[in-house]
Ligand binder design. Sequence first.
Ligand SMILES: [Fe+2]
Length: 525
Amino acid sequence: MDRRAFLTAATAGLLASPAWAAPASAAPSRTLRSDPFTLGVASGDPSADGFVLWTRLAVEPLSGDGRGGMPSRDVEVDWQVAADERFTTVVRSGTATARARDAHSVHVELGGLEPGRDYFYRFRSEGRLSPAGRTRTTPTGGTTPLTFAVAACAHYEHGYYTAYRRLAEQEPDLVVFLGDYMYEYGPSGYTALAGRVRTHTPGKCRTLADYRLRHAQYKSDHDLQRAHATAPWLVAFDDHEIENNWAGSTSSTGAADFAGRRAQAFRAYYENMPLRRGSLQGAVLRVNRRVSWGTLARFHLLDTRQFRDDQACLDGVRAGCDERLADGRTLLGAGQWRWLEDGLRGSTARWNLLGQQIMVAQRDYKIGPGREVNLDSWDGYAAERGRLLDALARTPNPVVLTGDAHMHHLAELKRDFDDPDAPVVARELVASSIASDGDGYRDRTWIAEALQENPHFSYIDQRRGYLMGRLTQDELSVDFRTLDYISRRGAQARTSHRLTIPAGEDAAAASRAAAAAAPPARPVS
Ligand SMILES: [Fe+2]
């Protein structure tokens, strides 16, 4: 069976039955009333010897109390990891407890496996078998190419998840998800131009039950399940997993007890994602982390929400906000900033991929004279952006991966965006949305004007999609994948733009060379 046939079969649950010996007590002493694996299976955070396996039991995913129709007792879940898709060579197995207090989720962290190869996994609980998933350990060297997808922003009401399906069909080694995995709004709380194709669970998310239920609704989607069953994911949240444009401990809507709401949303996010168990630390959810792909690449995942200062000038897209330039403002927070700077400085990887949520490049949204910038993005934290660009300029082959914008963008990052001759420090690749804002469109006049306004951008596309990167020692090749519609099922994905970045076009080297060659500062005349 080839990999595609495996995936088709796996998501249909067809591979889950052979070769799993009956439990010691031939029949389970208790049984769930129906299939508890309605939310699929997932894996994440691969290392050279393991990964995290995830599932969450829910016999009735849309049960209003967010408990998935599960009993109030804890439930045992067996798991298996095999070297082959038919599970004839099971290499590891065990039993985890899906606790009622964790919404019957399990997070199994594995080590001791072989580097650089596919593994297959599945779960069993009280006589019921899960679909199988494929995952992968990272290689140890630097010669194995890496194929990775980048995705963000999947508003469930705005369209079908065809982009997830097309992404899965490309069988990447890794999926990097950069935020807005789910949206907190109630039905039609945020509408796309073309309206909605399906409806959120009732009400805006406020309580733990609300967030759990909303995650269950999203996870019930078979295209999303297929994308999870295909490859390990690296996930990081942005704002909508909690609330639109929140900042640190500040609610953008004046929500009462925002600290409590945030903690509940974090908890539900953790319960529904293939994150390591240590990531949930009380009221803090720690998602900034590094994952290495041998010596070829290092992913530095950032959290640009939890530790940031409030947006300047009351947020929004505005002109004339001096506060955004203030030196002391932070987006990452002091601790994460030190962690990032240390990690970039100490990186021995050939490529350094910064996975983060919001646009780093300066972006003028006003066509014509004057400048309006999005104060929720790095434009609202310009001094720290300058320090980030300084750090990237000292880093081998840096590339920034971004979500949030609901349009593909390709930008050159520079210390001075207004100087056409300023050296390029890194490329920024912004993935459009999986579904948010519904059917895309392509307004060529507006795009031409936006590119003219922002000459460090070379590509903008308003259609839905994702990025597919292929990384080797020599180059990063990136396909911007787009779909023509998502209001109906079945759209194909095509490559609407392709970029190849040769290694050692090395912005760091170029920058050092430019500094060495630069004439002395011009006298002010
Ligand atoms: Fe979004």
